[in-house]
Design a protein around this ligand. Structure first.
Ligand code: HEM
Length: 73
């Protein structure tokens, strides 16, 4: 089954992530994550975001696959 933003991606972003990044984009918004996908993926890959931890590789891969599959809602 193709990855979906609502089911597979949005739950990866904590409420505190959303609040911390509100000044720039809304991590719970499909449109915002779609528009900023490559910047977001880049920071998660290099481990410079979130500010307090880095994502497990499996979660970064999931986001990457979702992007490759066309960023379905
Ligand atoms: C999964 C969660 C997060 C993602 C995907 C994320 C993503 C990003 C991205 C893409 C930028 C660069 C924005 C730009 O270049 O315009 C950024 C910047 C920033 N983020 Fe986050 N962020 C996350 C969580 C957090 C958290 C938890 C904090 C904690 C305070 C935080 C604080 C900041 C700050 C202060 C900046 C500006 C300074 C910098 O570019 O390093 N973010 N974030």
């Amino acid at each position: 089954m193709a990855l979906s933003f609502e089911r597979d991606i949005r739950p990866l972003f904590r409420e505190s992530d959303r609040r911390s990044m509100e000044w720039r984009f809304d991590l719970w918004s499909h449109a915002d994550v779609q528009t900023n996908a490559s910047t977001i993926l880049g920071r998660l890959r290099e481990g410079t975001m979130p500010c307090d931890r880095s994502w497990p590789e499996a979660d970064v891969d999931k986001l990457s696959h979702w992007i490759e599959e066309g960023m379905l809602p």
